[in-house]
Design a protein around this ligand. Structure first.
Ligand SMILES: Nc1ncnc2c1ncn2[C@@H]1O[C@H](COP(=O)(O)OP(=O)(O)OP(=O)(O)O)[C@@H](O)[C@H]1O
Ligand SMILES: [Mg+2]
Length: 283
Protein backbone atom coordinates (compact mmCIF):
# COMPACT_ATOMS: atom_id res chain seq x y z
CA UNK A 1 0.00 0.00 0.00
CA UNK A 2 3.01 2.34 -0.10
CA UNK A 3 2.06 3.63 3.32
CA UNK A 4 -1.12 5.30 2.13
CA UNK A 5 -4.44 4.70 3.77
CA UNK A 6 -6.02 3.97 0.43
CA UNK A 7 -5.28 3.72 -3.22
CA UNK A 8 -7.77 4.43 -5.91
CA UNK A 9 -7.19 1.86 -8.62
CA UNK A 10 -4.03 2.18 -10.70
CA UNK A 11 -5.29 4.77 -13.15
CA UNK A 12 -2.66 7.26 -11.97
CA UNK A 13 0.44 5.20 -12.74
CA UNK A 14 2.96 7.07 -14.85
CA UNK A 15 1.64 10.54 -13.99
CA UNK A 16 3.27 13.85 -14.87
CA UNK A 17 4.30 14.20 -11.20
CA UNK A 18 5.23 11.11 -9.20
CA UNK A 19 5.85 11.14 -5.48
CA UNK A 20 7.30 7.94 -4.11
CA UNK A 21 7.51 7.02 -0.44
CA UNK A 22 7.81 10.65 0.52
CA UNK A 23 8.49 11.37 4.17
CA UNK A 24 9.08 14.88 5.45
CA UNK A 25 10.17 15.82 8.95
CA UNK A 26 10.90 19.25 10.32
CA UNK A 27 13.14 18.46 13.29
CA UNK A 28 11.28 15.82 15.27
CA UNK A 29 7.95 16.70 13.69
CA UNK A 30 6.70 14.21 11.12
CA UNK A 31 4.60 16.08 8.54
CA UNK A 32 4.38 13.64 5.60
CA UNK A 33 4.56 9.94 6.38
CA UNK A 34 5.62 7.72 3.48
CA UNK A 35 3.26 9.16 0.88
CA UNK A 36 3.08 7.85 -2.68
CA UNK A 37 1.07 9.74 -5.23
CA UNK A 38 0.82 10.08 -8.97
CA UNK A 39 -0.66 13.21 -10.54
CA UNK A 40 -2.36 12.54 -13.83
CA UNK A 41 -1.53 14.80 -16.76
CA UNK A 42 -4.27 17.16 -17.90
CA UNK A 43 -6.49 16.48 -14.86
CA UNK A 44 -7.34 18.52 -11.78
CA UNK A 45 -6.29 17.01 -8.48
CA UNK A 46 -7.49 18.69 -5.30
CA UNK A 47 -5.71 18.23 -1.96
CA UNK A 48 -7.83 18.79 1.15
CA UNK A 49 -7.16 18.37 4.85
CA UNK A 50 -7.08 20.26 8.14
CA UNK A 51 -4.87 23.27 8.69
CA UNK A 52 -1.28 22.27 9.35
CA UNK A 53 -1.64 18.74 7.91
CA UNK A 54 1.04 19.34 5.28
CA UNK A 55 -0.83 20.33 2.12
CA UNK A 56 1.47 23.26 1.29
CA UNK A 57 4.54 21.23 2.21
CA UNK A 58 3.37 18.45 -0.14
CA UNK A 59 2.93 20.68 -3.18
CA UNK A 60 6.17 22.55 -2.44
CA UNK A 61 7.89 19.18 -2.92
CA UNK A 62 6.53 19.07 -6.49
CA UNK A 63 8.75 22.04 -7.37
CA UNK A 64 11.38 21.14 -4.79
CA UNK A 65 10.98 24.29 -2.73
CA UNK A 66 11.12 21.70 0.05
CA UNK A 67 13.33 18.60 -0.17
CA UNK A 68 12.19 15.19 1.08
CA UNK A 69 13.59 13.65 4.27
CA UNK A 70 13.08 10.32 2.51
CA UNK A 71 11.60 9.26 -0.81
CA UNK A 72 11.67 10.91 -4.20
CA UNK A 73 9.82 13.26 -6.52
CA UNK A 74 9.76 12.87 -10.30
CA UNK A 75 8.53 15.25 -12.99
CA UNK A 76 7.81 13.78 -16.42
CA UNK A 77 9.66 10.62 -15.43
CA UNK A 78 12.81 12.40 -14.26
CA UNK A 79 13.88 12.50 -10.64
CA UNK A 80 14.01 16.15 -9.52
CA UNK A 81 14.29 16.23 -5.73
CA UNK A 82 18.06 15.73 -5.86
CA UNK A 83 18.81 18.36 -8.54
CA UNK A 84 20.87 21.49 -7.91
CA UNK A 85 19.30 24.95 -7.99
CA UNK A 86 20.39 25.69 -11.58
CA UNK A 87 18.67 22.58 -12.96
CA UNK A 88 15.70 23.13 -10.68
CA UNK A 89 15.08 26.61 -11.98
CA UNK A 90 14.68 25.07 -15.46
CA UNK A 91 12.27 22.45 -14.12
CA UNK A 92 10.27 25.15 -12.35
CA UNK A 93 9.64 26.99 -15.64
CA UNK A 94 7.18 24.15 -16.41
CA UNK A 95 5.14 25.13 -13.34
CA UNK A 96 2.93 28.05 -12.47
CA UNK A 97 2.58 28.48 -8.75
CA UNK A 98 -0.09 30.53 -7.04
CA UNK A 99 1.26 31.06 -3.54
CA UNK A 100 -1.03 30.89 -0.52
CA UNK A 101 -0.14 34.49 0.35
CA UNK A 102 -0.62 35.83 -3.20
CA UNK A 103 2.86 37.36 -3.02
CA UNK A 104 2.66 40.10 -5.65
CA UNK A 105 5.38 42.73 -5.58
CA UNK A 106 3.64 45.86 -4.28
CA UNK A 107 6.32 48.18 -5.65
CA UNK A 108 5.71 46.94 -9.21
CA UNK A 109 2.76 47.53 -11.49
CA UNK A 110 0.52 44.67 -12.55
CA UNK A 111 2.37 44.44 -15.89
CA UNK A 112 5.79 44.43 -14.20
CA UNK A 113 4.64 41.66 -11.88
CA UNK A 114 3.66 39.51 -14.86
CA UNK A 115 6.88 40.27 -16.73
CA UNK A 116 8.97 39.31 -13.70
CA UNK A 117 9.14 35.52 -14.30
CA UNK A 118 9.80 36.16 -18.02
CA UNK A 119 12.78 38.41 -17.17
CA UNK A 120 14.04 35.90 -14.64
CA UNK A 121 14.27 33.20 -17.28
CA UNK A 122 14.84 34.94 -20.59
CA UNK A 123 16.76 37.87 -21.98
CA UNK A 124 13.98 40.04 -23.31
CA UNK A 125 14.84 41.52 -26.69
CA UNK A 126 11.48 42.40 -28.08
CA UNK A 127 9.45 44.43 -25.57
CA UNK A 128 6.48 44.79 -27.92
CA UNK A 129 6.12 41.04 -27.81
CA UNK A 130 6.23 41.11 -24.00
CA UNK A 131 3.46 43.73 -23.94
CA UNK A 132 1.36 41.40 -26.07
CA UNK A 133 2.05 38.49 -23.71
CA UNK A 134 1.06 40.58 -20.69
CA UNK A 135 -2.11 41.69 -22.46
CA UNK A 136 -3.01 38.11 -23.39
CA UNK A 137 -2.38 36.80 -19.86
CA UNK A 138 -4.44 39.59 -18.29
CA UNK A 139 -7.23 39.01 -20.81
CA UNK A 140 -7.19 35.34 -19.78
CA UNK A 141 -8.06 36.34 -16.18
CA UNK A 142 -10.41 39.15 -17.25
CA UNK A 143 -8.12 42.03 -16.26
CA UNK A 144 -6.78 43.47 -19.53
CA UNK A 145 -6.48 47.22 -18.97
CA UNK A 146 -5.07 46.86 -15.45
CA UNK A 147 -1.44 46.82 -16.69
CA UNK A 148 -0.43 50.07 -14.96
CA UNK A 149 -2.31 49.55 -11.70
CA UNK A 150 -0.47 48.80 -8.47
CA UNK A 151 -1.46 45.64 -6.53
CA UNK A 152 -2.18 47.56 -3.31
CA UNK A 153 -5.07 49.33 -5.05
CA UNK A 154 -6.73 46.09 -6.20
CA UNK A 155 -9.26 43.93 -4.36
CA UNK A 156 -8.24 40.54 -2.95
CA UNK A 157 -9.92 38.73 -5.83
CA UNK A 158 -8.23 40.93 -8.43
CA UNK A 159 -4.85 40.36 -6.79
CA UNK A 160 -5.37 36.59 -6.97
CA UNK A 161 -6.20 36.93 -10.65
CA UNK A 162 -3.06 39.01 -11.31
CA UNK A 163 -1.05 36.36 -9.44
CA UNK A 164 -2.67 33.80 -11.70
CA UNK A 165 -1.78 35.81 -14.82
CA UNK A 166 1.81 35.85 -13.55
CA UNK A 167 1.69 32.11 -12.84
CA UNK A 168 0.78 31.42 -16.48
CA UNK A 169 3.33 33.89 -17.92
CA UNK A 170 5.70 31.11 -19.02
CA UNK A 171 2.95 28.84 -20.42
CA UNK A 172 3.30 26.23 -17.69
CA UNK A 173 2.30 22.61 -18.09
CA UNK A 174 1.28 22.38 -14.44
CA UNK A 175 -0.41 25.00 -12.28
CA UNK A 176 -0.28 24.64 -8.50
CA UNK A 177 -2.87 26.66 -6.60
CA UNK A 178 -2.51 26.99 -2.83
CA UNK A 179 -5.84 28.05 -1.26
CA UNK A 180 -6.89 30.13 -4.27
CA UNK A 181 -10.34 31.02 -2.89
CA UNK A 182 -9.45 31.71 0.74
CA UNK A 183 -10.48 35.18 1.89
CA UNK A 184 -12.78 35.79 -1.08
CA UNK A 185 -16.54 36.22 -0.97
CA UNK A 186 -18.54 33.39 -2.62
CA UNK A 187 -18.96 35.19 -5.95
CA UNK A 188 -15.28 36.07 -6.27
CA UNK A 189 -14.34 32.58 -5.10
CA UNK A 190 -16.49 31.19 -7.89
CA UNK A 191 -14.76 33.45 -10.44
CA UNK A 192 -11.49 31.78 -9.40
CA UNK A 193 -13.08 28.33 -9.75
CA UNK A 194 -14.26 29.22 -13.24
CA UNK A 195 -10.76 30.46 -14.11
CA UNK A 196 -9.20 27.23 -12.88
CA UNK A 197 -11.57 25.29 -15.16
CA UNK A 198 -11.00 27.68 -18.06
CA UNK A 199 -7.21 27.38 -17.86
CA UNK A 200 -7.47 23.62 -17.70
CA UNK A 201 -9.73 23.62 -20.73
CA UNK A 202 -7.98 26.25 -22.86
CA UNK A 203 -4.35 25.60 -21.97
CA UNK A 204 -4.67 21.86 -21.32
CA UNK A 205 -2.68 22.26 -18.11
CA UNK A 206 -2.39 19.78 -15.29
CA UNK A 207 -3.86 21.36 -12.18
CA UNK A 208 -3.27 20.80 -8.49
CA UNK A 209 -5.40 22.78 -6.04
CA UNK A 210 -4.94 22.88 -2.27
CA UNK A 211 -8.10 24.04 -0.55
CA UNK A 212 -10.33 23.97 2.53
CA UNK A 213 -13.23 25.09 0.40
CA UNK A 214 -15.30 21.97 -0.34
CA UNK A 215 -17.59 23.84 -2.74
CA UNK A 216 -14.54 24.74 -4.80
CA UNK A 217 -13.11 21.23 -4.46
CA UNK A 218 -16.29 19.59 -5.76
CA UNK A 219 -16.55 22.06 -8.61
CA UNK A 220 -13.04 21.78 -10.05
CA UNK A 221 -11.79 18.33 -9.05
CA UNK A 222 -11.38 15.25 -11.16
CA UNK A 223 -9.85 13.69 -8.09
CA UNK A 224 -9.76 14.68 -4.42
CA UNK A 225 -7.09 13.55 -1.98
CA UNK A 226 -7.43 14.06 1.75
CA UNK A 227 -4.37 14.28 3.98
CA UNK A 228 -4.55 13.50 7.68
CA UNK A 229 -1.76 12.76 10.14
CA UNK A 230 0.80 12.66 7.36
CA UNK A 231 -1.08 10.12 5.25
CA UNK A 232 -3.58 10.02 2.43
CA UNK A 233 -6.79 8.83 4.05
CA UNK A 234 -9.11 9.32 1.08
CA UNK A 235 -8.53 9.40 -2.67
CA UNK A 236 -11.17 9.48 -5.36
CA UNK A 237 -13.72 11.58 -7.23
CA UNK A 238 -16.21 13.94 -5.56
CA UNK A 239 -18.79 11.19 -4.99
CA UNK A 240 -16.19 8.89 -3.49
CA UNK A 241 -15.27 11.64 -0.99
CA UNK A 242 -18.90 12.62 -0.26
CA UNK A 243 -19.75 9.02 0.58
CA UNK A 244 -16.46 8.16 2.29
CA UNK A 245 -16.94 6.04 5.39
CA UNK A 246 -13.97 7.49 7.35
CA UNK A 247 -15.40 9.69 10.14
CA UNK A 248 -12.50 12.17 9.82
CA UNK A 249 -13.38 12.70 6.15
CA UNK A 250 -17.06 13.23 6.99
CA UNK A 251 -16.23 15.67 9.81
CA UNK A 252 -13.96 17.62 7.50
CA UNK A 253 -16.36 17.92 4.59
CA UNK A 254 -19.28 18.77 6.90
CA UNK A 255 -17.18 21.28 8.86
CA UNK A 256 -17.83 19.54 12.18
CA UNK A 257 -15.46 19.64 15.13
CA UNK A 258 -14.18 16.16 15.94
CA UNK A 259 -14.42 14.56 19.41
CA UNK A 260 -10.65 14.93 19.95
CA UNK A 261 -10.79 18.68 19.33
CA UNK A 262 -13.87 19.03 21.54
CA UNK A 263 -12.06 17.24 24.36
CA UNK A 264 -9.20 19.78 24.08
CA UNK A 265 -11.68 22.68 24.21
CA UNK A 266 -13.37 21.20 27.28
CA UNK A 267 -10.03 20.84 29.04
CA UNK A 268 -8.98 24.47 28.55
CA UNK A 269 -11.47 25.88 31.11
CA UNK A 270 -14.74 27.73 30.84
CA UNK A 271 -15.07 30.88 28.75
CA UNK A 272 -16.36 32.83 31.78
CA UNK A 273 -13.09 32.45 33.66
CA UNK A 274 -10.92 33.49 30.71
CA UNK A 275 -8.97 36.65 31.46
CA UNK A 276 -7.92 39.30 29.00
CA UNK A 277 -4.28 40.17 29.22
CA UNK A 278 -2.92 43.67 28.50
CA UNK A 279 -1.14 42.32 25.42
CA UNK A 280 -4.51 41.47 23.87
CA UNK A 281 -5.04 45.19 23.37
CA UNK A 282 -1.60 46.22 22.18
CA UNK A 283 -1.25 47.11 18.52
N1 LIG B 1 9.93 25.44 6.82
C1 LIG B 1 9.34 24.85 7.86
N2 LIG B 1 10.02 24.61 9.00
C2 LIG B 1 9.42 23.98 10.03
N3 LIG B 1 8.15 23.53 10.02
C3 LIG B 1 7.44 23.74 8.92
C4 LIG B 1 7.99 24.41 7.77
N4 LIG B 1 7.04 24.46 6.82
C5 LIG B 1 5.94 23.86 7.34
N5 LIG B 1 6.18 23.43 8.60
C6 LIG B 1 5.23 22.70 9.45
O1 LIG B 1 4.70 21.64 8.72
C7 LIG B 1 3.33 21.45 9.03
C8 LIG B 1 2.52 21.46 7.76
O2 LIG B 1 2.53 22.79 7.24
P1 LIG B 1 1.73 23.20 5.93
O3 LIG B 1 2.02 24.62 5.72
O4 LIG B 1 2.02 22.25 4.84
O5 LIG B 1 0.22 22.99 6.42
P2 LIG B 1 -1.10 23.19 5.54
O6 LIG B 1 -1.80 21.88 5.50
O7 LIG B 1 -0.76 23.84 4.26
O8 LIG B 1 -1.92 24.18 6.50
P3 LIG B 1 -2.88 25.42 6.11
O9 LIG B 1 -4.18 24.80 5.68
O10 LIG B 1 -3.03 26.16 7.39
O11 LIG B 1 -2.21 26.21 5.03
C9 LIG B 1 2.96 22.53 10.03
O12 LIG B 1 3.03 21.98 11.31
C10 LIG B 1 4.03 23.57 9.83
O13 LIG B 1 4.27 24.27 11.03
MG1 LIG C 1 -1.07 25.68 3.45
Amino acid sequence: MDGNGEKHGNAHEGGIIEVKNLTKRFGAKLVLDNISLSIEKGKTTVVIGPSGCGKTVLIKHFIVLVRPSEGRVCFEGRRVDNLGERELSKVRTHFGYLFQEGALFDSMTVAENIVFPIRQNYKVKNWDEVDDIVKAKLAMVGLDGFQNHYPARLSGGQRKRVALARAIALNPEVILYDEPTTGLDPIRADIINELILKLERELGVTTVVVTHDMKSAYKVADRIIMLHNGKIIADGDADHIRNHPHPVVQQFIDGHVGEDDLAVLRMTGSAGSAQFLPRDFEQ
